[in-house]
Design a binder for this molecule. Structure first.
Ligand code: DP6
Length: 336
């Protein structure tokens, strides 16, 4: 990446949407640079957003990070400071920054906020530092904050290329958000406090799960099936392969030592609920990340029926229905 010395300019605000993985990223080849073991494919989720304003100022003696109105310390602050350090190194400056972030979804609900969070931070901070970067470059920087965030730069359906001949790892768009209209019904359940971070859990899986390698062996076929399903707008193929890949990722997590079981009894109840929907000829599949919550994938015509049945039979904490959304945007309204 060739970058000219930047000129610290102005306060910048960016909005990024989260993404839901259809083929999961699980395991890193390089822990420091965050190079994944495998390609992954996601779609950008319109309903889950992070808005972040960044301003660099000579007057600051340290970086500040305010999330949903609360000044952050410890680990969350460190991750932001470490990411700002990468951006400062590229822009050859040592000026500190003020970062304000707001999620439009409850952070404590166990919904992945690192994807939208780091995508918004990378976009706002690089712009505020005066760097003019394209989405490929942005995705490569963002990846180092949190891997899955690199997929949020694009709208619609996105693939994260693990590694190419130039040893680069970045996201590309497979189809935009208007190509294939599906629904992601996020079922928010009571999530117990996690004992291990996603980062540590995937590291443990590589070291200890006897199924880690077998999962990698299935990925080329499944990635090809998902790409084709997106291209042909074949929902049942997309949903069934995504569900199988979710189960494959969780099989690896469950067979790690110590076992990483992210599901609660309610998670399993919703898994069976989705199987029953299919028996009723309702096209629906689930996918789950590192928590108790599920994403029910469906097509627009079944959305209301599924939400109605969830309210009757499951009574989750919250239901958030989303369609595929756009990529990162820089906006003019700032948070401070
Ligand atoms: C299960 O991107 O949160 O959601 O790179 O260590 O920050 P780090 O991990 P993160 O992992 C996401 C894992 C996943 C699958 C996925 O989104 O592909």
């Amino acid at each position: 990446m060739i970058i000219l010395k930047s000129v610290i300019t102005t306060k910048t605000t960016a909005i990024a949407h989260s993404n839901t993985a259809l083929i999961k990223y699980w395991g890193k080849r390089d822990e420091e640079l965050i190079i994944p073991m495998n390609n992954s494919i996601s779609f950008t989720t319109e309903a889950l957003t992070t808005t972040t304003t960044v301003e660099f100022s000579e007057e600051l003696t340290k970086d500040n990070f305010i999330l949903n109105g609360t000044e952050q310390t410890g680990k969350p602050l460190k991750r932001v400071v470490d990411h700002l350090a990468i951006i400062r190194e590229i822009s050859q400056t040592n000026v500190k920054a003020k970062v304000y972030s707001e999620n439009n979804f409850p952070t404590a609900a166990g919904l992945a906020s690192s994807a939208s969070g780091f995508a918004a931070l990378t976009s706002a901070a690089t712009n505020a530092a005066g760097l003019k970067l394209d989405k490929k470059e942005l995705s490569m920087i963002s990846r180092r904050g949190s891997g899955s965030s690199c997929r949020s730069f694009y709208g619609g359906y996105v693939e994260w290329i693990a590694n190419n001949e130039q040893n680069e790892s970045y996201a590309i768009q497979l189809a935009d958000e208007n190509w294939f209209d599906i629904r992601d019904i996020v079922v928010v359940l009571k999530t117990p406090e996690r004992k291990m971070s996603t980062r540590d859990a995937m590291k443990l899986s590589i070291k200890t799960s006897p199924f880690f390698k077998s999962r990698l062996d299935t990925l080329d076929t499944n990635l090809a099936k998902i790409r084709l399903a997106i291209k042909e707008r074949d929902f049942n193929s997309l949903g069934s392969v995504a569900e199988m890949d979710c189960l494959s990722m969780h099989s690896v997590a469950i067979t790690s030592n110590p076992p990483q079981i992210f599901w609660t009894p309610d998670t399993v109840k919703v898994m069976h609920f989705v199987e029953n929907l299919r028996e009723e000829k309702i096209d629906a599949y689930y996918t789950i990340d590192t928590g108790a919550n599920l994403h029910i994938l469906t097509i627009p015509k079944f959305e209301h029926e599924i939400v109605k049945q969830l309210e009757e039979k499951i009574l989750p904490e919250k239901i958030i229905s989303s369609k595929p959304g756009p990529g990162v945007k820089v906006v003019n309204e700032h948070l401070f």
